[in-house]
Write a protein that binds this ligand. Structure first.
Ligand SMILES: *[C@@H]1O[C@H](CO)[C@@H](O)[C@H](O)[C@H]1NC(C)=O
Ligand SMILES: *[C@@H]1O[C@H](CO)[C@@H](O)[C@H](O)[C@H]1NC(C)=O
Ligand SMILES: *[C@@H]1O[C@H](CO)[C@@H](O)[C@H](O)[C@H]1NC(C)=O
Ligand SMILES: *[C@@H]1O[C@H](CO)[C@@H](O)[C@H](O)[C@H]1NC(C)=O
Ligand SMILES: *[C@@H]1O[C@H](CO)[C@@H](O)[C@H](O)[C@H]1NC(C)=O
Ligand SMILES: *[C@@H]1O[C@H](CO)[C@@H](O)[C@H](O)[C@H]1NC(C)=O
Ligand SMILES: *[C@@H]1O[C@H](CO)[C@@H](O)[C@H](O)[C@H]1NC(C)=O
Ligand SMILES: *[C@@H]1O[C@H](CO)[C@@H](O)[C@H](O)[C@H]1NC(C)=O
Ligand SMILES: *[C@@H]1O[C@H](CO)[C@@H](O)[C@H](O)[C@H]1NC(C)=O
Ligand SMILES: *[C@@H]1O[C@H](CO)[C@@H](O)[C@H](O)[C@H]1NC(C)=O
Length: 423
């Protein structure tokens, strides 16, 4: 709860694909939109299909998805039903939403406005929340202070949390100072997060940039992130709870993300990974002055798996440990965790990495008794490293080729395994 500027109402929606009458449909259960001259939400809705972006020769997820969602309380509060909306899952509300949003935007400089969408099934085509870009300030300082002085009894709010939502586009916004993680899609699918700037003080606790969690088909592209925790962290549930819920994260693309986080990593996978994480592509990442470039985190008690992870074209400057696999520090939700629930890590393909002025070589710590295999490195160059800094590997196995400095013996340096070519 509670993030931005007032009450944060979690968008909850259930997906369903609609009859072929309109281009795009979403069913929204509880959702509210806000407008003010200070915070503008240009969650522009793209109604085009694939091919939208074919002028751009770069790989891109644009045109992949199209859609919405957001939040809190303002001077004028109205309901979509005030505009004649019908949430029966059959009536098209497209014109109603467009009309309502046009009307509500008129209060942007008059104290702001909030449009509530009550529980129901709301069939609609695309509509724009606004056309301008804008900045949303989570004003997290109060929450960080409470956390620092240990007077906080509850967890902190995310700046934007989307649950059970499908076809979401968040783009061209600046998000500042989240109390906790900044964007948290959980139990979602088809989410495009593009052209975002996310900033928090570099010491602000747990201010992760973007955390896809138990979600599928998520693309995070062209984002600049500076924060006090991982720029992007892929997750899927914690210990016995995550194992029971068993909702994996899969088919995740993280592309052209850049930024810095002095105590954490560019992209993290885990440590909450108990529902399983697979098919993650991380590419064209640029990270500087950070603790790690890419970090895979797991622990005893997690169970789950991390599989088919492709990491390529990573550029780093002054990153302490460029690639790191680590065990948690006894970080469990409660006493009910199962010490026999070990994670399986299989198929991590890391290629085309250049790191300048790291302080350590990669540190790959698996877990005793757990399987960490098919860990492959190709064309990985770490420059400016003191000669005494060698790779540290424990309970991992795999292959390496064209790697400098020489990798640890657990990674057979013969480079011929076709097995390693996950793509
Ligand atoms: C949404 O905004 C875009 C960009 O300004 C525009 O092309 C599109 O027609 C708008 N869609 C609607 C439904 O107003
Ligand atoms: C977004 O807004 C900022 C500040 O208002 C402006 O400088 C920038 O040009 C805008 N960008 C786009 C793409 O409209
Ligand atoms: C903790 O921080 C909050 C927010 O700044 C402040 O209101 C509170 O007095 C602080 N408590 C202590 C014990 O320092
Ligand atoms: C972001 O804004 C730029 C400039 O207006 C525009 O070219 C781009 O398509 C927008 N991105 C998305 C995903 O809407
Ligand atoms: C991962 O990708 C592979 C190859 O495309 C596919 O066979 C597999 O089903 C995918 N896994 C998930 C969980 O989507
Ligand atoms: C590698 O990533 C950088 C961004 O960090 C990008 O500018 C460059 O084009 C990428 N190279 C290739 C070969 O894709
Ligand atoms: C990993 O990829 C392989 C080959 O594409 C596929 O058979 C397997 O199902 C994938 N594993 C997961 C957990 O998605
Ligand atoms: C090795 O990786 C670097 C950095 O991404 C890239 O510039 C270079 O072309 C790669 N070399 C080969 C042989 O792929
Ligand atoms: C790496 O360190 C060397 C020696 O201190 C310095 O000259 C160089 O500018 C550094 N490069 C980067 C990218 O930090
Ligand atoms: C590389 O190591 C693998 C696994 O031990 C082995 O199967 C393969 O034959 C080796 N290749 C070469 C060229 O030595």
């Amino acid at each position: 709860m509670g993030a931005l500027i007032g009450d944060f109402i979690k968008p909850k929606s259930s997906s369903a694909w609609a009859p072929p009458l309109l281009l795009l449909f979403i069913f929204l259960a509880i959702l509210s939109f806000q407008f003010s001259s200070k915070s503008v939400f240009p969650i522009g809705l793209i109604s085009s299909g694939p091919g939208h972006d074919h002028d751009d020769p770069r790989k891109s997820c644009a045109g992949f998805f199209g859609h919405v969602a957001l939040l809190p309380r303002r001077k004028v509060v109205m309901s979509i039903t005030d505009f004649g909306g019908v949430g029966d899952g059959k009536t098209s509300n497209t014109e109603t939403f467009r009309k309502a949003i046009r009307y509500m935007q008129g209060f942007g400089d008059k104290g702001g406005s909030q449009l509530n969408v009550p529980k129901g099934k709301w069939l609609t085509g695309s509509f724009n929340l606004t056309r301008q870009n804008g900045t949303i300030d989570g004003q997290g300082k109060m929450w960080w202070d409470l956390w620092w002085n240990r007077t906080l009894e509850h967890t902190r709010g995310h700046l934007v949390e989307l649950m059970n939502s499908h076809n979401i586009l968040i783009s061209n916004l600046t998000f500042l100072n989240s109390p906790f993680w900044t964007i948290h899609p959980v139990y979602c699918s088809n989410v495009l997060i593009k052209d975002m700037t996310i900033l928090a003080p570099l010491n602000a606790p747990n201010t992760d940039g973007i955390d896809p969690d138990s979600s599928t088909n998520v693309c995070i592209e062209d984002c600049y992130i500076e924060s006090g925790d991982d720029l992007v962290a892929v997750k899927s549930g914690w210990d016995q709870y995550g194992i029971t819920i068993a909702r994996p994260s899969s088919n995740i693309i993280v592309r052209r993300v850049s930024g810095t986080t002095p105590t954490c990593s560019g992209v993290g996978i885990g440590s909450e990974m108990s529902g399983g994480i697979s098919n993650v592509t991380i590419e064209d990442l640029h990270v500087w002055d950070s603790a790690a470039g890419v970090r895979i985190k797991s622990d005893k008690g997690r169970g789950g798996y991390i599989a088919n992870i492709s990491i390529s074209n990573i550029t780093m400057e002054r990153v302490k440990i460029p690639i790191r696999f680590s065990r948690g520090s006894n970080d469990h939700p409660d006493e009910g965790w199962d010490p026999k629930a070990l994670p399986i890590v299989k198929g991590i393909f890391i290629s085309n990495v250049v790191s300048l002025n790291s302080t350590k070589a990669p540190v790959l710590q698996g877990i005793e008794g757990a399987s960490f295999e098919g860990i492959c490195f190709k064309n990985v160059t770490l420059l400016g490293l003191a000669p005494s800094k060698t790779w540290q590997c424990e309970f991992v196995s795999g292959f390496a080729s064209e790697v400098f400095p020489m990798p640890c013996p657990q990674l057979q340096n013969n480079g011929s395994s076709s097995w390693c070519s996950y793509s």
